[in-house]
Design a protein around this ligand. Sequence first.
Ligand SMILES: C[S@@+](CC[C@H](N)C(=O)[O-])C[C@H]1O[C@@H](n2cnc3c(N)ncnc32)[C@H](O)[C@@H]1O
Length: 458
Amino acid sequence: MQNSSRDEMSRLFLPPINRAMRKLDPSFFQKTIPLTAAHVLDGRNIPRVMKECAKDLLRVPRLRGVITQKDDAGTERKLLLLKPEVKHDDLSTVQPKTREFVEEKIIGLEPYNLHMKYENWNYEEIMNSILPEGLDEIPCAFTQAGHLAHLNLREQYLPYKHLIAAVLLDKNPNISTVVNKIEDVGTGSVYRTFPMELLAGKDDMNVEVRESGCVFRFDFAKVYWNSRLGNEHERIFKQFKPGEAVADVMAGVGPFAIPGAKQRVFVYANDLNPESYKSLVDNIKINKVSQFLTPHNLDGANFIRGSIRALLSRSQNPLTNKVSIPTPGKRGQKPPPPPTVIPVPPVFSHFVMNLPASATAFLGAFRGAYRGFEGVVTGREMLPMIHVYTFHKAPVTENAAGEICADISRYLGHKMGEGDLENLENVRLVAPNKTYYCVSFRLPATVAFEDIQDTQGI
Ligand SMILES: C[S@@+](CC[C@H](N)C(=O)[O-])C[C@H]1O[C@@H](n2cnc3c(N)ncnc32)[C@H](O)[C@@H]1O
């Protein structure tokens, strides 16, 4: 088929246009298209006809290929819809095999009125017939957290926001709430939450999300969650080894911490937002990781210094310095195998700091944080790997690493060069001029043991 006639055919099956619609009216979207159908006289021949007459068959997404009708006597008739160019009374419009079947009375051609309605078109097709021409593109992008779809509509779409949300809701059966972000997260929210408005569906922000085999429950309006960070969370927690200790300074509802604890890593997780803390505590229970995960609700700087000391004390206390977990035995094994004992290590192997707008400023908390640990930290590898997130201007410049090192050096009070970085991960572009990075480096001993007063703790 020529491209132009293919375009013409696909246009024929598009919904009717109504650019004045402001409130969704599904009943408007109806269309009757006169077509030809092949009546397959003996239903058992359907697979054969479908195969051998394939070139004449109509294929339109979301339209059933085989139509069942009942005649006046209640007997079922099976029809196959044919392409618009096929005419029921002109055999020169069909392929030779179709003609042969007609002549052999395997099929009979007859007129058929195809009625299309709202359900037959997808989100994009419906929106294309409502939104004014000349807009950049149909806004299709949304992020999903459980039952909730989160839009970030640009200004030109705001007059149509309710329409967009209503169609989105109808066309995505696993979504029951649609919200729109109404202010940039960067404009002041300490907890990285943002005001949002409900556009369609039920007013229920309590979502349940699955990521990395774990369940997270939280109030989407009150805590930070980003469904696009799943791979980044995994990239980090896969670096943790069972039996190690890890501190997550800005843990949110636990997307690094819970999967880490599930792999038997001792995780100390902290978030300043009381709502995040509350969800974190719930998620610990839901995912049954309380033996390995200790939650805190502190400012990150206090948490860094306090958790370093708290872990050492715990590892030295015979009542808290180990965790026993059942050892899987053979079925019916008697006596069951003794529990597996996992000792609590004296120091953290990793610190995660995911608050990209300001996390580097918290690095100052590591200055002198290991004073008094000289007998415990006996080698460089006993100092933690720090994974700190930061924003940098985009597009990526050759200078990015140098500029990020300068920022880190300022807060550590210690010169860091590119050679001191273990990794610089370009996580993603968050805005046309903003890149999200994760910098990983081992805490330098000169910073850890710096002679500086420790004033706060947990
Ligand atoms: C970008 S979110 C990251 C959350 C989580 N780590 C994740 O990946 O989904 C940053 C988190 O830092 C928390 N936060 C903000 N200021 C903080 C502070 N001073 N100390 C500790 N946490 C803080 C916020 O409440 C928020 O949950």
